[in-house]
Design a protein around this ligand. Structure first.
Ligand code: ANZ
Ligand code: ZN
Length: 842
C-alpha cells in the first residue's frame, strides 16, 4: 500500500473541517455541554513546543468528549497586551499593535497547521477594543460596588530615563536600559479589593478536588491565613496623654522572650517625644530617608533611639522593658509598634546585638534544651516553649492560643486573624494595556467614564522614541471633559495589569454578545470550565485572580458561578539537551556532533561541553521550532510524540529519535488500517482473544484519556496494534482494525479521517461515536488457581472462571506433582477457595 502522506492529508482534512464548520460550538444543540480550555497564549512571535504539548493534550480530550456525544466548547484566543510589544516598539520601531497582530497571524497559522479541534469563530485578542471595552465596563461595575479603590503605592522609578519600570525591567536594582539605580516613588494607583475575598478564596480551595494538591497548597500559602494578636503594654509613666502602647504580633507564644518594645519613627508616641528633643528629631529624619520595602528593611542596618521610657510586661507587673524608636518598624503595618524577641526574630536579633539587650530563648528543640545558647542568628523554626512559666512544654500553636485566651480573659489583648494576601494593584504606567476608564476632575476627583462612551480607545498615534508612558505625553488624548460637572479634566493614563485581561477571558469565550461583556444565562450554561490545562507557572497569580474576578462578578450579581475552573491540570515542560563552548557560549544541539566519543562544535572542531537537559529556552539555545518539524513529519506524528513519551505532568525530553519513532508508528497504523481494506469484507472466523483485547483497549483508552493519562492511552494502543499484527485474518481482526481507527482519532485525527474515508466510514470520524466496550468481554474468563500442599505452592491450574469446588479438588488431586508429593496417600484435609486456590493438608 501507498505510504501515508501527512502533508497532503493534513491540508485536506484541515480544509474540510474548516469548510464544514466541524468544530463550531452550538449553545443550543441540546447535547450535554463540556468546556475544555488551555491557557491562551501570549503572542510572542511563534508557537513553541510547550504550546504544542499543552494544546495537543486539550485537543485529545476535546475530541474524545465530542465522540462521546458532548457539545464541546474548545476555544482559542490571545493574551495580547503586555510589555514585550512595547519593548519591540522601542527596539524595532514597530507599533505594538502591528507587532502583536502580525505575531497573532503567524501563530494562528501554526496552530491551524496542527489540526486542533478549535472553534475559531470565537477567537479574540484581549487587545481588541470590543474585548477591552467590555473589560472597562466590568471595571466600572466593580468601582461602583466599592471593590476598586485608589491609594498611594510605590513604583520602580528610573531617575535617568524618568520613567516607571515594570518589575521585569529592574535587573539587580538597576534600570534595564539606563543602568541607573532604581528609586522608589509613591504614586496614586488603582487597587482591586481581593482581600475582601480572602476567606472565601481559601475556603473554596477545599472544594477543588480536581486540582493538583500542590497548586492548592501554593494558593493557600499565598493567601496566608495566620493567627495574630494585638495587645497593650502599660507605659510606666503616661506621656502626652498616652497611657499604653498597642503592639501587633504574629508570635504571641514568644511573649516571655521579649527584651524591648519599639515604635515606628512616625508613631504618635515618637512624635510626642520629639517635641523639643533635637536628637530624636534628627533620628526620625534619618529613618525616613531610608527605603521602606520589605527587602530594604531586611538588609538595612537596624538602628534605634532609646526613649528612656519603659513599658510593663502584661504578664508580670514587676517586669519592665525599654522603649525604642526603631527604623525597621513600619507605621502602616499592624499598629506601628512591636515587642522584640531577639532569640526568635532576625531583625530583633540584630537590634539586640547592637544595643546589648538580652537574648532569651523561649523556643527549643525539646524541653531539655531550655538552656541551649542561641547561636549567630535567630531561631525562627518550630519547637517546644521553654523559660515561659505557664507556657512551658506547649508547642508553638498551642502556646499562641494559650496567650490569646489569657489576654482576652484579662482584657489586655485580643486574637486577630492576619492574611498575607494584599489587595491587587492593577495600575500600570504603560501604553499597551486596557486604558483605565476614569477621568480626573479637579473638583469631582476620579470619575468613571459613562458606559455609553466605552470603549476608551488606545490612541494609535504614539511614539516610543523617548522613554516613559506615551499616553502621558500624548498631545490630546489625555484631556477630557469631566462627566459629572463638565469641567475640563484629565484622562487616567495608567492601563490595567494584563492579569485583569486573563481573569475573565474564559467567560467571554462562552458568550460574546456585542452589547455587554457576556450573556449571563449562556455563560452559566458553559461554566465552570470542566478541564483547564496549562503551565504550573500560573499556579498562583493567574488562577487566584481569575477565581477572585469570578467571585466578584457573583457578588455584584452578574454571574452565578463561584469557581471558574472545575478541573485543573498543570502539564510538564518540554526539555532538550544543552551544550556550551569552552568560552561559555551556549551552543544549539544542531551545532554540535559526536566525534570519537566526545562532543565537538561542528563549525570549529572545538570541544563542546554537554550540559543538563533543560526546559527549552532561547537563552540556552536549546529550543526546537515546531514548524519545520510539523512540515517534515506531519501534524499527527508531532501530536503522537507529545503524548507518548512521558506522563503529561512530567517533563518531556525532546529527541530526534522520539519524533522519528512517532512517525514510524503513524505509518504502521496506516498500513494496518489499509490491511483492513485488503482483507475485504469476506474475512471470517472469530478470534476470542483478540475480541477481548479490543474491548479492554476501548475501555482503558477511554478511561486514560478522561484522567489525562495520555501516555497510558498511547501504550494501550501500541498493545492493541501488536495484537492485531500477530492475529490471523478473521472477522474479529477486521473489527479490531476498524475500531482501532476510532480509538486513535483524538490523537492522530488526520490519519484517522483518511483511514475512515478509505474504509468507507460515514461522514467524518470527528463526528463518529466512540466505540462501546462490551462488559462481557472485559472480564477474563479463565483464572489461574494455586495448588498448595501444606500451604506451599506446588502447582498451578488454568480453569474456567467460576469452576465448581468439586472440579477444582479433583483436578488438584490429579496433578502429577501433587501425586508425587503426597506419595499416593489421600490428604487429611482439602481447602478450596473458588477462583483462587486449593490447599491440601497432608
Ligand atoms: C513578636 C515576634 C517574635 C515577632 C518573634 C516575630 C517573631 P509578618 O509575619 O510579616 O506579618 N511587626 C509587627 N508590626 C510591625 C511593623 N509595623 N513594622 C515592622 N515589624 C512589625 O510579621 C509580623 C511580625 O513582624 C510581628 O510578630 C512583629 O514581630 C513584627 F519571634 O512580634 B513579631
Ligand atoms: Zn467634575
Amino acid at each position: 500500500t501507498a505510504r501515508f502522506n501527512p502533508l497532503e492529508a493534513d491540508a485536506h482534512w484541515q480544509k474540510v473541517w474548516e469548510e464544514r464548520g466541524t468544530f463550531h460550538t452550538s449553545d443550543s444543540s441540546g447535547r450535554p455541554k463540556t468546556y475544555v480550555l488551555e491557557m491562551f497564549p501570549y503572542p510572542s512571535g511563534r508557537i513553541h513546543m510547550g504550546h504544542v504539548r499543552n494544546y495537543t493534550m486539550g485537543d485529545v480530550l476535546a475530541r474524545y468528549r465530542r465522540m462521546n456525544g458532548f457539545e464541546v466548547l474548545h476555544p482559542m484566543g490571545w493574551d495580547a497586551f503586555g510589555m514585550p510589544a512595547e519593548n519591540a516598539a522601542m527596539e524595532k520601531k514597530v507599533h505594538p499593535g502591528a507587532w502583536t497582530r502580525s505575531n497573532i497571524a503567524t501563530m494562528r497559522g501554526q496552530l491551524k497547521r496542527l489540526g486542533f479541534a478549535l472553534d475559531w469563530s470565537r477567537e479574540f485578542a484581549t487587545c481588541d477594543p470590543e474585548y477591552y471595552g467590555h473589560e472597562q465596563a466590568l471595571f466600572l461595575d466593580l468601582l461602583e460596588a466599592g471593590l476598586v479603590y485608589r491609594k498611594q503605592s510605590e513604583v520602580n522609578w528610573d531617575p535617568v530615563d524618568m520613567t516607571v519600570l515594570a518589575n521585569e525591567q529592574v535587573i539587580d536594582g538597576k534600570g534595564w536600559r539606563s543602568g541607573a539605580a532604581v528609586e522608589r516613588r509613591k504614586l496614586s494607583q488603582w487597587f482591586l479589593k481581593i482581600t475582601d475575598f480572602a476567606e472565601e478564596l481559601l475556603e473554596g480551595l477545599g472544594e477543588l478536588d480536581q486540582w493538583p494538591d500542590k497548586v492548592r497548597l501554593m494558593q493557600e500559602n499565598w493567601i496566608g491565613k495566620s493567627q495574630g494578636m494585638r495587645f497593650r503594654f502599660a507605659l510606666e509613666q503616661p506621656i502626652g496623654g498616652h497611657r499604653d502602647l498597642e503592639v501587633f504580633t504574629t508570635r504571641p507564644d514568644t511573649i516571655f522572650g521579649a527584651s524591648f518594645a519599639a515604635v515606628a519613627a512616625d508613631h504618635p508616641i515618637a512624635l510626642t517625644l520629639a517635641e523639643g528633643n533635637e536628637a530624636l528629631v534628627a533620628f526620625i529624619a534619618e529613618c525616613k530617608a531610608g527605603g521602606t520595602t520589605a527587602a530594604e528593611l531586611e538588609t538595612a542596618e537596624k538602628k534605634g533611639f532609646e526613649t528612656g521610657l519603659r513599658v510593663v510586661h502584661p504578664l508580670d507587673p514587676n517586669w519592665t522593658l525599654p522603649l525604642y524608636v526603631a527604623n525597621f518598624v513600619l507605621m502602616d503595618y499592624g499598629t506601628g509598634a512591636v515587642f522584640g524577641v531577639p532569640a526568635h526574630d532576625q531583625r530583633d536579633f540584630e537590634f539586640a546585638t547592637k544595643y546589648r539587650l538580652p537574648i532569651r530563648r523561649v523556643v527549643a528543640p525539646a524541653i531539655e534544651d531550655a538552656d541551649l545558647p542561641i547561636g549567630g542568628e535567630a531561631e525562627t523554626g518550630p519547637g517546644v516553649i521553654v523559660n515561659s512559666r505557664f507556657l512551658d512544654g506547649l508547642d508553638v500553636e498551642a502556646a499562641k492560643a494559650a496567650v490569646i485566651a489569657r489576654a482576652e480573659a484579662e482584657s489586655w489583648g485580643e486574637g486577630t486573624i492576619v492574611w498575607r494576601l494584599r489587595d491587587w494593584g492593577v495600575s500600570r504606567q504603560r501604553y499597551w494595556g486596557t486604558p483605565i476608564p476614569v477621568i480626573h476632575c479637579e473638583s469631582c476627583g476620579p470619575v468613571g467614564v459613562p458606559k455609553d462612551q466605552l470603549p476608551v480607545l488606545l490612541p494609535e498615534d504614539v511614539s516610543f522614541d523617548i522613554p516613559g508612558n506615551p499616553l502621558d505625553r500624548h498631545p490630546s488624548w489625555n484631556s477630557a471633559i469631566c462627566p459629572r460637572c463638565g469641567a475640563p479634566g484629565r484622562r487616567e493614563t495608567d492601563t490595567l495589569d494584563t492579569f485583569v485581561d486573563s481573569s475573565w477571558y474564559f467567560i467571554r469565550f462562552a458568550s460574546q454578545p456585542t452589547d455587554k461583556p457576556f450573556d449571563r444565562a449562556i455563560a452559566e450554561s458553559w461554566l465552570p470550565v470542566n478541564q483547564y490545562i496549562g503551565g504550573v507557572e500560573h499556579a498562583i497569580l493567574h488562577l487566584l485572580y481569575a477565581r477572585f474576578w469570578t467571585r466578584a462578578l457573583k457578588r455584584i450579581g452578574l454571574l452565578d458561578i463561584e469557581e471558574p475552573f472545575r478541573g485543573l491540570f498543570t502539564q510538564g515542560m518540554v526539555t532538550h539537551e544543552t551544550f556550551r563552548a569552552p568560552d561559555g557560549r551556549w551552543l544549539s544541539p544542531d551545532e554540535v556532533e559526536q566525534k570519537g566519543g566526545t562532543w565537538i562544535e561542528s563549525a570549529t572542531g572545538q570541544p563542546a561541553q554537554p550540559g543538563r537537559v533543560e526546559k527549552m529556552s532561547k537563552s540556552k539555545r536549546n529550543t526546537v521550532d515546531p514548524e519545520p518539524i510539523v512540515n517534515q513529519y506531519g501534524a499527527d506524528a508531532v501530536r503522537w510524540f507529545m503524548l507518548s513519551d512521558s506522563p503529561p505532568e512530567r517533563d518531556l525530553p525532546w529527541s530526534e529519535a522520539g519524533i522519528e519513532g512517532a512517525w514510524r508508528f503513524v505509518q504502521r497504523l496506516w498500513r494496518m488500517s489499509m490491511q483492513r481494506a485488503e482483507d475485504g469484507d469476506e474475512a471470517e472466523g472469530e478470534d476470542k482473544a483478540l475480541d477481548r483485547k479490543l474491548h479492554q483497549t476501548i475501555a482503558s483508552v477511554g478511561a486514560n484519556i478522561e484522567s489525562l493519562a495520555f501516555n497510558k492511552a498511547v501504550a494501550n494502543i501500541y498493545e492493541l496494534a501488536n495484537a492485531i499484527e500477530k492475529a490471523p485474518v478473521s472477522r474479529s481482526r477486521a473489527k479490531a482494525i476498524e475500531t482501532l481507527v476510532l480509538l486513535i482519532a483524538p490523537m492522530v485525527p488526520h490519519l484517522a479521517e483518511q483511514a475512515w474515508a478509505t474504509l468507507g466510514g460515514k461522514g467524518l470520524i470527528a463526528d463518529a461515536r466512540w466505540p462501546e466496550a462490551d462488559p462481557a468481554l472485559l472480564v477474563e474468563d479463565e483464572v489461574t488457581i494455586a495448588i498448595q500442599v501444606n500451604g506451599k505452592l506446588r502447582d498451578t491450574l488454568t480453569v474456567p472462571k467460576g469452576s465448581a469446588r468439586e472440579t477444582l479438588q479433583e483436578m488438584a488431586l490429579a496433578s502429577e506433582r501433587v501425586v508425587r508429593i503426597l506419595e499416593g496417600k489421600p490428604p487429611r484435609k482439602v481447602i478450596v477457595v473458588p477462583d483462587r486456590l486449593v490447599n491440601l493438608v497432608a
